[in-house]
Write a protein of this length. Structure first.
Length: 471
């Protein structure tokens, strides 16, 4: 295995496998345009796909994708993106495709190979890059999902490490590059008031919700191979949990943070079927590419425990789904009620006590719910939210940030192999041994069984509820 050479370690070309796919159209081309606007794209971009396109046709596609993402307000930047494009057409199973790619790379010696292709093609393309001599001094960027269970994740990792060293493998989970997600880590360790209460002694439960008010949108065939647990919870929501639950890193640096998040994933108790509620929205089986008797879940709620000193006995409730009541992502950290009821309206249970709320999308906010006395002689009050932070001006979009970081060799926002395997170890027991999916109506909050799952610790707080705790 070869390590990346060069004084700066920056990639001198970007190879985009799957250049004609949806990911390239919706995310990558707009990200390249944003990089060009910042003068951060100064390398050739070689697109690879099986389509029989001319370079002019590829440039037309790229231009249309960038225009569709928003107003083009920097024509010279758009021109620079289009001028950087090259194209190699061919079958990924044909060694000749990689020979042509090597020729197209010319003098580039440290390319970044981005695999924006179906996961089933990852091993073949990685092995072909090695066989063609295109891995030495290069990086590979792998789009999630990283396998579909523990065994396939381990096999993909084995293949990748056979060709590339671990520090040249960049596993993209775009969720980690969202500003609101990065702020979780910052808020967690930049504020000294939080640490004394951030443990089992003061936290009664944690909820994480990632809701979407739309369906599979033509991706039924893909969803049949994934489902909500694999597609969202095992990666996105587990990463949120890891950032919230991790111990303070012993030193500054992404290696230390990665080690702590991996430790939390390893401390998660493997799920059993009683921890999981699966749902399927009405009409899912009528989607193109979906089996008429499909049991694939479009909604999943689960109860999770972290077997560590800090979090022993604290339940973490995670849920995500499609065709829910709104599109939003939110975290609720419920604190325990005061030990003595000093006032007549003091919380009776932890479910009515104070909480911290992290709104991750559609806008970003951090709020603390606290009880405030009403005006008058009586000692009665209301629970109100005190906003600690609100939406800030837009910075780099996730794919713009991740592409730039991968090409620069910055591993801070990428997922390590041991963390991938640890996350799969948690969900692996219920990928096969799970309850059947329960139908739920579009626009609801999923099947009522999800409410029963959390009932012992209160109730879900639905994103979009009033600022005062509406439960």
């Amino acid at each position: 295995m070869a390590t990346l050479g060069g004084e700066t370690g920056r990639s001198d070309a970007l190879v985009l496998f799957g250049v004609t796919g949806d990911l390239a159209r919706k995310m990558i081309f707009p990200a390249l345009y944003a990089m060009a606007k910042r003068h951060a794209l100064d390398v050739p971009v070689i697109g690879v796909a099986s389509s029989n396109l001319t370079l002019a046709q590829l440039r037309d596609r790229a231009k249309a994708a960038i225009e569709a993402s928003g107003a083009v307000d920097d024509v010279p930047a758009l021109d620079r993106v289009l001028a950087s494009l090259r194209y190699v057409g061919g079958d990924y199973n044909d060694p000749g495709t990689f020979t042509a790619l090597k020729k197209a790379l010319g003098d580039a010696r440290h390319p970044a190979h981005y695999l924006a292709i179906p996961p089933g093609l990852f091993p073949k393309v990685i092995e072909s890059l090695g066989a063609a001599g295109l891995a030495s001094g290069a990086r590979v960027i792998v789009e999630k999902p990283f396998g579909r269970d523990l065994a396939s994740a381990r096999e993909l990792g084995r293949v990748a490490r056979t060709v590339f060293p671990e520090d040249s493998i960049f596993r993209i989970d775009h969720f980690l590059a969202k500003e609101a997600i990065m702020n979780l880590l910052y808020f967690r360790f930049a504020n000294s008031f939080l640490e004394p209460i951030w443990n089992r002694n003061y936290v009664s439960s944690v909820q994480v919700t990632l809701a979407e008010d739309f369906g599979v949108e033509g991706r039924g065939a893909f969803y049949e191979t994934a489902g909500c647990l694999r597609d969202v919870i095992q990666n996105h929501l587990f990463q949120i949990v890891a950032l919230l639950a991790m111990e303070p890193p012993p030193y500054r640096g992404f290696e230390a943070a990665h080690g702590e998040t991996a430790d939390i994933l390893r401390a998660m108790r493997p799920l059993v079927r009683e921890d999981v509620v699966r749902g399927q929205y009405a009409g899912y089986r009528n989607e193109a590419g979906v089996a008429k008797d499909s049991d694939v879940e479009t909604f999943c709620a689960l109860r999770l425990f972290i077997d560590s000193w800090r979090w022993d006995g604290v339940p973490w409730y995670l849920r995500s789904g499609k065709y829910l009541a709104t599109t939003a992502a939110e975290v609720i950290v419920r604190l325990k009620a005061p030990p003595q009821r000093m006032f007549a309206d003091s919380p009776i249970s932890d479910s009515d006590a104070n909480y911290l709320r992290f709104r991750l999308s559609p806008n970003s906010a951090i709020a603390l719910a606290a009880r405030v006395k009403r005006t008058g002689k009586d000692f009665v009050g209301d629970q109100r939210e005190l906003d600690l932070a609100d939406e800030q001006p837009r910075g780099e979009a996730p794919y713009e940030r991740l592409l730039g970081d991968a090409m620069a060799g910055n591993e801070a926002l990428f997922t390590r192999e041991d963390a991938v395997e640890a996350a799969w170890s948690v969900v692996d027991p219920v990928l096969v041994d799970h309850p059947r999916s329960i139908p739920y109506e579009r626009g609801s909050w999923g099947p009522p069984e999800a409410d029963a799952l959390i009932r012992g610790d209160g109730r879900w707080r639905n994103p979009g509820a009033a600022d005062a705790d509406a439960g």
